[in-house]
Design a protein around this ligand. Structure first.
Ligand code: PLP
Length: 461
């Protein structure tokens, strides 16, 4: 059950853009405060959208780029951020707003902006904070796309990055902070090492340096972990994975915790006038969540990486079963990991639910004893010079399939060294923690007996 503080926060949901989602959010919570507070599971199904008499029970797909107005003064008030309303679907749309309001409630945030992909969410979050000359400090246990965004592409725009081993001693991480550092970035469950972020330590480091702690919560989802309660300031998701849950749509979302002081002197972009909106000062105009307003008004407008209504509808539908799917993903992954750990053809298994240190972190930081659905393992005898055991295993699978994706209902496998990380040489693979014999498994929702039988027959010589 959400604590009352979480509910009052949800009640204060800053209207991220349009009147509709804000009103819907308030109604959902008003309903909650009259009776018992709504639990996480109920918010998965009813959060973010509260239809009135005669309106569709299901969040409608508003497949429209445009919105009609009667007078130019009204449009002017919207365009100059004096009033909220949909004007053009690049910056807001009622269906997208419904999805944003629901995921915002599930994370316990102060506002959300949905994006065209998870990559677009990470870019939006970072670009709204750091500008040319600034520096990003990020965990080395990162999704490959985030690593190349920080390490290569953003550098071309004058934003530099350094990376820390997330379990390195704090004094080592301290040394990497620079006067121009503006972001501390990590993943709740790191990729590909599957280490759980030490929230207490890293959020304290971010606080001490006056920079926002941005957390990619894709692999955990708010069902397992709510980073704002653990000191994170901004959460990003690839909605493509467990939020969708069925491998139908690409999308992402950025959520603002509303718990960071942008007026601490390091962020003039929030405290100085924005000439592109008649000199609005975000920290003054939107004190509850200046970050999310700036992200939408400035960067969604200019970068254009918005989510489309159809995908927002599908993500919203996906969220309606998140609380049912995540326990099964975790149970299946734990059972498969245990089976693989005893298999004679398996060299090693990595699953946070099997590791003593990671289990302590799950107990400390997660809502549930559940380590999500991703595991990795090594096949006996496979090496850089001999990938035949990998080839044979993948070919023989019948239930699981070779797929460059994670987080959906179907079980998927991938050989990272020859696919997502094929550009890396042997030394780089080593540094990234990707052995040549590694198979990554996204464990789906099938009957675990069928999955174990499938892996067993595929591993046999
Ligand atoms: C997939 C993924 C991303 C990127 O998301 P896309 O929707 O593919 O752009 C970012 N972070 C993590 C942890 C991911 O798994």
């Amino acid at each position: 059950m959400p604590k009352s503080s979480q509910l009052s926060k949800a009640a204060k949901i800053a209207s991220t853009t349009a009147k509709e989602p804000a009103r819907a959010g308030r109604q959902a919570v008003a309903l909650a405060s009259e009776a018992a507070p709504l639990s996480f599971d109920t918010l998965c199904i009813q959060g973010g959208y509260a239809p009135k008499f005669g309106e569709p029970r299901i969040l409608p797909i508003v497949q429209s780029t445009t919105y009609k107005y009667d007078d130019i003064d009204h449009v002017n008030r919207i365009m100059t951020l004096q009033e909220f309303g949909h004007k053009y679907s690049r910056t807001s749309n009622p269906t997208v707003a419904g999805f944003e309001a629901r995921i915002n409630q599930l994370e316990g945030g102060a506002g959300a902006v949905a994006t065209a992909s998870g990559q677009a969410a990470t870019l939006l979050a970072v670009a709204a904070v750091a500008r040319a000359g600034d520096h990003i400090l990020a965990s080395s246990m990162l999704y490959g796309g985030s690593f190349t965004l920080f390490n290569s592409t953003l550098k071309k725009f004058g934003v530099s990055a350094s990376f820390f081993e997330p379990d390195a001693p704090s004094r080592e991480i301290e040394k990497l902070f620079r006067p121009e550092t503006r972001v501390l970035f990590g993943e709740t469950i790191g990729n590909p090492g599957l280490a759980i972020l030490d929230f207490a330590r890293l959020s304290a480091l971010a606080r001490a340096h006056g920079v926002p702690f941005i957390v990619d919560n894709t692999l955990a989802t708010p069902y397992l972990c709510q980073p704002f309660k653990l000191g994170a300031n901004i959460v990003v998701h690839s909605a493509t994975k467990y939020i969708d849950g069925h491998a139908t749509s690409i999308g992402g979302v950025v959520i603002d915790g509303g718990n960071f002081d942008w007026t601490n002197g390091l962020f003039p972009e929030f405290t100085e006038p924005d000439p592109t909106y008649n000199g609005v000062i975000y920290a003054q105009k939107f004190p509850q969540s200046p970050f999310i307003f700036k992200a939408r008004a400035q960067f969604l407008r200019d970068f254009g990486g918005c989510l489309n209504p159809m995908n927002a509808f599908l993500f919203n539908l996906g969220l309606e079963t998140l609380h049912l799917r995540m326990p099964r993903h975790g149970d299946n992954a734990l059972a498969l990991a245990r089976f693989l750990a005893t298999h004679p053809r398996v060299a090693w298994v990595n699953y946070p639910g099997l590791d003593a240190k990671e289990k302590r972190r799950i107990a400390r930081y997660f809502r549930r004893k559940n380590a999500s659905g991703i595991l990795t393992f090594g096949i006996e005898g496979a090496s850089a010079g001999n990938l035949d055991p990998i080839r044979r295993f993948v070919k023989k699978l019948k239930v699981a399939a070779l797929v460059v994706h994670i987080g959906d209902a179907r079980t998927s496998v991938l050989h990272p060294a020859s696919s997502t990380h094929a550009q890396l040489n042997a030394a780089q693979l080593d540094a990234a923690g990707i052995p040549q014999d590694m198979i990554r498994v996204s464990v789906g929702l099938e009957d675990i007996a069928d999955l174990i039988a499938d892996f067993d027959q595929a591993l046999r010589p």
